[in-house]
Design a protein around this ligand. Structure first.
Ligand code: AR6
Length: 177
């Protein structure tokens, strides 16, 4: 599923963030210490190999909403952007912090002249952010920041479950059409 936002393509797919072979960068829903962890972070570190954690070490800890960038190591992608989303019900205001995670991830990638990037649904797993609210915040943040981007021309949401994909699809149709 694809939407045109100015000169940028926004795609929604159901799949695994570590299998996006055509993207220059993928985003990690990281922990503050930038260690392996579970969910997306576990999958990314396992696929990238131990050199990723070594590269991350001097960059940690990161704050909620912050984003840092590393190489992709054994991943098919050149770069990984690591961002720490808010823990729902703990890090407040949640929506502002989630927006910050997306905005900072987009900015750091764009500054590196990256043209294509894939996002998981940050904070919606272990961090408990309700998927409907997270979909709305993330899709609107992208819409509101597109004009500031000089290099990115493809942003892909990679949703793990079919139900998350359906939620994103419904929200994106409202926000982008
Ligand atoms: N590809 C795409 N999406 C995935 C994948 C995958 N391989 N695996 C899970 N998801 P989470 P968070 C979905 O928990 O909520 C970690 O332990 C998942 O279904 O990875 O930001 C870190 O170490 C959910 O919708 O990230 C942190 O401590 C979404 O990705 C903490 O979890 C995010 O789930 C971060 O929690």
């Amino acid at each position: 599923m694809r939407f045109k936002v100015d000169n940028l393509d926004l795609e929604l797919v159901q799949g695994d963030i570590v299998s996006q072979t055509d993207l220059e960068a993928i985003v990690n829903a990281a922990n503050a210490q930038l260690k392996i962890g579970g969910g997306v972070a576990g999958a990314i570190h396992r696929a990238a190999g131990p050199e990723l954690e070594k590269e991350c070490e001097p960059l940690a800890p990161i704050q909620v909403g912050e984003a840092v960038i590393t190489g992709g190591h054994e991943l098919p992608n050149d770069y990984v952007v690591h961002t720490l989303g808010p823990v729902y019900g703990v890090d407040k205001p949640e929506a502002e912090l989630l927006k910050k995670s997306y905005r900072n991830s987009l900015e750091i990638a764009d500054e590196k002249e990256i043209e294509s990037i894939g996002f998981p649904a940050i904070s919606t797993g272990a961090f408990g952010y309700p998927i409907k609210n997270a979909a709305e915040v993330s899709l609107k943040t992208i819409k509101n920041n597109v004009e500031k981007l000089n290099n990115l021309n493809l942003i892909r949401f990679v949703l793990y479950s079919n139900s998350d994909f359906e939620v994103y699809k419904e929200k994106a149709e409202k926000i982008y059409e």
